[in-house]
Design a protein around this ligand. Structure first.
Ligand code: HEM
Length: 502
């Protein structure tokens, strides 16, 4: 595996790395004590870096990109209830149904064998099956879920992809890559962000793909405006007609529709809380633009991170088939013991806590391949960290990637060993030798608000796929796994694997 992030660091000492970039050198802290110190002082000694401001052009002032601490804290308070476990538990059926839809697609691809595939998201593999880009497939799935669970909107990303794929196989399409508008738009922006965040001393219009980037910014704004317009119309419908809970289902520029299944739930999702807060506090405190910014933020933060993690997990399971079988056996035993036979569609939120090995596989993937590998902060005043002087205004990095592979903390640091998260691994001496050295969702005031959402979705998704007999085979093709850090970490050329069914 090619990991630029891993190779680009010079070691200063066991705690600190130095990363040269153009004329600047940046300290990267990798010891848990230092990282926990830095992140716990968010909003006091340190602030989110100005580099994040580059993302404001398309995310606006949403939770992730908001640099003003009091405004951030107020919005976080507004949104916290939508991420409480008691509410998230009600979302399990959406996670399970999106994963089931993906399982159908994978099963079909596995059965299709070495079909000639013309698009860049599927190709025939030398091992005989049809290889798919799992990062893309999971991205479509997570987009569908974030739409249904947080904004009552059905992006229909997986089914759009499926329809286009079928049309191609029947020769009814021109053979070009299936396009799901919302996914393409987010991808354009993520890729362009890599260039923007390099802060190169050239006019931005000279950067590669700049005009595509501006077009994608505008497209995203109009998709979000349409989602909010539909949502408001639905809320007005439901409040004026208490007898009917179904929503109208008109098509939108995102390729999806307002979700009738979503509207039958209460309005206590992310957009619901935002609209309620706007009613209570007034549009001068929570403007329409602010609501749109949070919607865009959730689309990015809630899809790219989880889809990358799930794709990397599939990659590790392809390399460790015995672990895939063990996780599948755990799911089968749980369903059997609770009288549900083999019906994975009945998996529910409470089951996640009964799947320790599946959870360990997710955790070990988050350790080796954190979607947020390096968190940049700017010092608000002169300060010393681990004996190194940091001046006011200087950027420093909490390097999660390096901490979670620190050789003095993690036995066999580069090996994917899910058992290290279980009592058996502790007995084998695989547990970390320091506290708080595993922070894939960060910590402190700017930590991930979607942590429980993501964990629930990932555990249930893996359980559904493995429970349906899906396994992952290494793609015999020539594609290299190349990891790049943009807004979050992603595989530049995808994560190509061959689905099989046992
Ligand atoms: C595997 C999945 C995920 C990982 C590894 C992850 C990781 C992270 C990390 C490391 C941060 C801190 C970034 C920083 O301080 O610069 C963060 C922030 C954030 N995440 Fe996640 N995340 C995941 C999934 C999600 C999901 C599913 C959502 C929403 C549904 C979400 C929403 C957010 C938001 C809004 C922030 C900004 C929080 C703030 O500044 O208050 N994330 N995430």
């Amino acid at each position: 595996m090619h990991e630029d992030i891993h190779l680009a660091m010079l070691e200063l000492d066991a705690r600190v790395l130095d990363v040269p970039w153009l004329w600047k050198h940046t300290y990267h802290f990798r010891h848990p004590e230092d990282i926990n110190f830095i992140l716990s002082k968010d909003g006091q000694l340190f602030a989110k870096s100005q580099r994040v401001a580059q993302s404001q052009e398309f995310l606006g002032q949403g939770l992730f990109s908001q640099l003003d601490s009091p405004k951030h804290a107020a919005m976080r308070q507004t949104l916290n209830p939508a991420f409480r476990m008691e509410y998230l538990k009600q979302l399990d059926k959406f996670f399970v149904s999106s994963a089931t839809q993906l399982a159908d697609i994978l099963q079909e691809a596995a059965a299709a064998g070495p079909a000639a595939a013309s698009s860049s998201s599927s190709s025939s593999s030398s091992s005989g099956g049809r290889a798919l880009d799992f990062q893309r497939m999971f991205r479509l799935m997570t987009l569908d879920s974030i739409g249904l669970t947080s904004m009552q909107h059905d992006f229909a990303a997986l089914s759009t992809w499926q329809q286009q794929q079928q049309q191609q196989q029947q020769g009814a399409a021109d053979g070009s890559e299936p396009t799901v508008l919302i996914e393409r738009t987010l991808q354009h922006l993520s890729k362009a962000f890599v260039w923007q965040s390099l802060c190169l001393p050239v006019p931005r219009a000279w950067l590669p793909g700049y005009s595509d980037y501006i077009a994608a910014c505008n497209r995203l704004d109009s998709i979000v405006a349409q989602i909010l317009m539909q949502r408001r119309a639905t809320s007005a419908d439901t409040s004026s007609s208490s007898s009917s809970s179904s929503s109208s289902s008109s098509s939108s520029s995102s390729g999806g529709s307002s979700s009738s299944s979503g509207s039958s739930r209460s309005s206590r999702d992310i957009v619901g809380y935002l609209l309620l807060a706007q009613q209570q506090q007034g549009p001068d405190v929570i403007s329409d633009a602010a609501i749109g910014d949070e919607v865009k933020t959730m689309m990015f933060a809630g899809s790219d991170t989880s889809s990358f993690t799930l794709a990397m997990l599939a990659h590790y399971l392809a390399l460790h088939p015995a672990a895939a079988d063990r996780a599948a056996a755990e799911v089968a035993a749980l369903l059997q013991d609770t009288g549900r036979g083999r019906d994975v569609s009945q998996l529910r939120a409470e089951d996640a806590a009964q799947l320790p090995f599946v959870t360990a596989c997710v955790n070990e993937t988050l350790r080796l391949s954190p979607a947020g590998p390096a968190i940049t902060r700017t010092a608000c005043q002169d300060v010393e960290v681990a004996g190194y002087p940091v001046r006011k205004g200087q950027d420093i990095v909490a390097n999660m990637y390096a901490m979670q592979r620190h050789p003095e903390i993690w036995p066999q640091p580069d090996a994917w060993l899910p058992q290290r998260w279980l009592p058996e691994g502790v007995e084998q001496g695989l547990a970390p030798k320091a506290k708080n050295a595993f922070l894939p969702f960060s910590t402190g005031a700017r930590s991930c608000i979607g942590r429980s959402y993501a964990m629930l979705q990932m555990v249930l998704t893996v359980a559904v796929l493995l429970g349906r007999g899906i396994r992952f085979g290494v793609d015999g093709g020539s594609r290299e796994l190349r990891l790049v850090k943009g807004l979050s970490m992603y595989a530049e050329d995808g994560v190509w694997l061959v689905p099989t069914v046992v």
